[in-house]
Design a protein around this ligand. Sequence first.
Ligand code: ATP
Ligand code: PH2
Length: 176
Amino acid sequence: MSRGSARTGPVLAYLSLGSNLGDRFENLRRAAAAVGAGPNLRLLGVSKVYRTEPVEVGPGHPEYLNCALAVECALPPVELLRFCQGVEAALGRDRKGELAPRTVDIDLLLYGEETVAEPDLAVPHRGIVRAFNLRCLADLDPKLEVPGRGRVEELLAVADTSGVREFEAETGVRGG
Ligand SMILES: Nc1ncnc2c1ncn2[C@@H]1O[C@H](COP(=O)(O)OP(=O)(O)OP(=O)(O)O)[C@@H](O)[C@H]1O
Ligand SMILES: Nc1nc2c(c(=O)[nH]1)N=C(CO)CN2
């Protein structure tokens, strides 16, 4: 922990969920349910689900579905990351390499107002300013402050959201 003092209680954390392989909506649904059932975790909110053009990857990558979760968390950040990696593995993520298509990817975007700089964990996640993450976070709390960067609503106002569209599942059930 490089900022903030000793924690005195649960922290509000934000997770980004992405899937571009298999039944993407079901993958997100299962991941959200698994997080909500996790130890010392309570699911407080789920953003809408968006269809998003892949960013920061080469050509030929399938479209993603993305959403974000707000969770009350009484786990230290590294334990939350480990738990999320366990959920990814349980849902069939095959670590064929970073940026490969995946059944589900879970990124720890924010952990309260803390910044974390550990060898295997950086918070805020470097992808927090990706348009789809800002859009999802704005669903949960547009006033949210990203340490060192500003409010989500302000960051979203200047982001290119052209590759982000609201997803409507074939069942007619809307994400969010
Ligand atoms: N905030 C974070 N959330 C999730 N993983 C993180 C975070 N910070 C660092 N990592 C590290 O990133 C490593 C690679 O994760 P992963 O394979 O999911 O990356 P990616 O999703 O392909 O790319 P990106 O990080 O750009 O989203 C993990 O092993 C993890 O230790
Ligand atoms: N649209 C979109 N693009 C991405 C995503 C993602 O979740 N959605 N995740 C990545 C690596 O984690 C790289 N690129």
